[in-house]
Design a protein around this ligand. Sequence first.
Ligand code: 5AD
Ligand code: SF4
Length: 441
Amino acid sequence: MNFFIKSYGCQMNLYDSQRIEDLLLSKQHSKMEDIEKANLIIFNTCSIREKADDKLFSDLGRANLLKQTSKEINFIIIVAGCVAQSRFQDILKRCPYVDAVVGPQDIQNIPDRIDDLIQHRDMDTLVLTKLDPKDKFEKFNNIFSFRSISEFLTIQEGCDNFCTYCVVPYTRGREFSRSVQEIVSEAKNLISRGCKEITLLGQNVNSYNGLGDDGKNWRLSQLLWELSKLSGLKRLRYTTSNPKDVDEDIAKAHRDIPILMPFLHLPVQSGSNSVLKKMNRKYTREKYLDVVNMLRDYRPDMAFSSDFIVGFPGESDSDFEDTINLVKRVKYSQSYSFKYSPRQHTPAAKMDNQISEKIKAERLKVLQNLLNSQQSEFNKNSIGKIEQVLFVKKGRNSNQINGRNEYFQAVTVNTDKAEIGDISNIKITNVSTHGLIGELV
Ligand code: 5AD
Ligand code: SF4
């Protein structure tokens, strides 16, 4: 069939879409960039915040129009991913034209099930929503197409933390770590195809405990050491870390592993102890600052990014001030911040003292202004310095090439002497809206 696939969510959602794509390509289906040319439409959804969730239903309306007016005998619409898992009953009720609803731990079954759907066209909507990821990665092993110089590799998925705002434990299930052998073999495969930078992915990478070759369960720091030995790999990153699980071994890894980049996404969510407690984050602001300081002790140039939620139920002006003060202490190089969005099944959605949209919007603006000014401060510090940049794609104009420095800041260079995949010494000459400008030295 001619398939079109859209991703709505996080990097892991994108990784899953790429694996669905690889499986379909291996079964001789063809990928379409234009939804209007497809007769198999897959929406790989996200339910982290309400906006992502709403977008699905408007896209589904459009897909149904295409289905109704299509001359194809077989026209299949599949909703995959986190909304499929958390709201499959709504989808069945509101969108009876959807042929299959497939949660994140069942996506590997999509290609086989397409054959069923074609053979039994009048069957009820197929619902696949098991929460056990074991056979998912088995099916993915060894069918990888190479996409870019910088690739993601899922090492762990699911979450056992149950932060009270978060839908992930209900959409991706309990924590599961892939074995060291599987991860190393996927990494070697990527490197052999030209990949230079790997970002290890997981909801909670710091609680990685996959089976090692020695029969023991390995920690993230051991896995990082193992991957750092692979020849041809130039840069290693990992995301996302929960501050409560970052230990001294990780800080030492940042000091001692040359290809492990001095940048860490370390979501704090809030700087108020009372809010952190209601969020069930299991750390305090003091512990968070200790973790930041420990990492900077071992690796003085360590840069940090974070996620923030403003307007969590019960957040007072003084709680919000605590967040602002913490931001001023840490000095982030970049960040993502969101208004709290109540999610189905989560305890916070039922808490008293929900905050008004107006206050959420005001607080978000104040926070984002501060975070943006910190990012430009951070980048201004690079002006005049020589930084190592890994080039990942061509720029908008001819002669322009885009890459990232070690601190994950975007760098644009005007040159025809650098190739995608090169790591070059770049003299930073200026800052742009979202990054840096430099020249080859
Ligand atoms: N409302 C707003 N933001 C949320 N996040 C997760 N759940 C919610 C929610 N209910 C944010 C957190 C998380 C990031 C991926 O999304 O900041 O780290
Ligand atoms: Fe969205 Fe979370 Fe699912 Fe990723 S894991 S797709 S962020 S709901």
